[in-house]
Design a protein around this ligand. Structure first.
Ligand SMILES: [Zn+2]
Ligand SMILES: [Zn+2]
Ligand SMILES: [Zn+2]
Length: 155
């Protein structure tokens, strides 16, 4: 099932500019496919996407691509820290491009949304609570599964 592209033309232009900046910042080659992958993640915000979801989304935008190159590019973007792999072959866009701490992602098991903790004080309090337990490598996020605030309110 294809989802409708809801971004307006100016939003789309912003996303493309942003995607180019992100690729530049990470010193990655700017290719149409990479731009489109980043664009699709931005458009879907907190939702996680699998390789199959991406192929479905991109089928409108790109004509000549194969599954293998999507998969390769997902791996590149993950290695660069642009995407986080929340489960096997299930990715979210990193919404806090920062390399000074481990990335902390909260996953809601009710609505399947992910959010990233961006407040440095909260992150450092959390790390302190772990009492010296270290996470090496800025590209290795910490995932916490539970129920988000809006979903808790509905329970
Ligand atoms: Zn992140
Ligand atoms: Zn940060
Ligand atoms: Zn939720």
């Amino acid at each position: 099932m294809k989802q409708k592209n809801t971004a307006t033309t100016s939003q789309k232009q912003d996303f493309i500019t942003l995607a180019n900046n992100i690729l530049d910042q990470h010193k990655l080659k700017k290719t149409a496919l990479r731009r489109s992958i980043i664009y699709t993640f931005m458009e879907n915000k907190s939702k996680s996407l699998t390789q199959a979801n991406l192929i479905d989304h991109l089928s409108d935008m790109i004509t000549a691509f194969d599954r293998a190159s999507i998969y390769r590019n997902l791996a590149h973007l993950k290695d660069a820290g642009i995407l986080h792999e929340v489960e096997a072959n299930n990715y979210v866009f990193c919404s806090h491009d920062c390399s000074s701490h481990a990335h902390l992602l909260l996953y809601c098991q009710k609505c399947n949304k992910h959010s990233e903790v961006k407040d440095h004080n909260k992150i450092s309090n959390f790390m302190t609570a772990l009492d010296g337990f270290k996470f090496y490598g800025k590209k290795k996020p910490i995932f916490l599964k539970g129920v988000c605030k809006p979903c808790t309110a509905k329970m």
